[in-house]
Design a protein around this ligand. Sequence first.
Ligand code: SAH
Length: 254
Amino acid sequence: MSAGSLVVVGLGPGQAGWLTPAASDALSRATDLVGYGPYLDRAPDQPGQRRHPSDNRVEVERAAMALDLAAKGRQVAVVSGGDPGVFAMAAAIFEALDEGDPAWRAIPIIVEPGITAMLAAAARLGAPLGGDFCALSLSDNLKPWDVIVARLTAVLMADFVISLYNPISKARPWQLREALLLAATIRAPETPIIFARNVGRPSEDITVVPLAAAPDAPADMSTLVMIGASTTRLIPRETGRPYVYTPRFYGAGR
Ligand code: SAH
């Protein structure tokens, strides 16, 4: 039996040019692709390659299945949108490895990075992540809501630019509004809030609104929400949305 391997591949946010050549090579070398169905659909068809689509939950089970295939000698690619290490499959693979069959530790595992949604959204706007920033997942499926509130309060107080992943879903309809109302108790009403939806896909839609209006702005599960810091600035333009940047020099624009 030939030796199997496992690569966790980040597909980037959507557009083909944002898939790295290394990720693309990893997909073409795989005998088996494992991942959420719509992500697998983004990998080019390859004769003989087996696909194992799943829904976007039960990540650790999917990870165990992928490790098992690799242990049986398959060349497995586990795919994630964006970067696989950012709120995605890479952590599930290592969690399954940590808890699963000790023989799995002999499998060579490679993580192939991708452009995460936050960086793609930032690039579209200018340079909102020019200063210190952080990322939070607003999903309380995997951690309690009070932990999210405590972390969000701490980073709002610390004046980071904050990227919110997983802001909303059918099962979690109220959390984003709560988070933005909390932000409004700590940051100024004119703080720029970015709603970046489907970045890099045909239906891309990016808007910038002041914090005071943000709790009523629409968002969905394909939206990355970014909360500006006190130093984040807008450069208005006659046409199109403003540029958004956060200066590296603390005194800039003041
Ligand atoms: N691993 C992914 C993130 C997975 S969590 C990455 O690195 O980008 C899923 C969340 O990511 C979504 O709810 C949304 O907040 C964000 N996201 C993923 N792709 C996106 C895109 N193309 N545009 C905007 N947000 C996106």
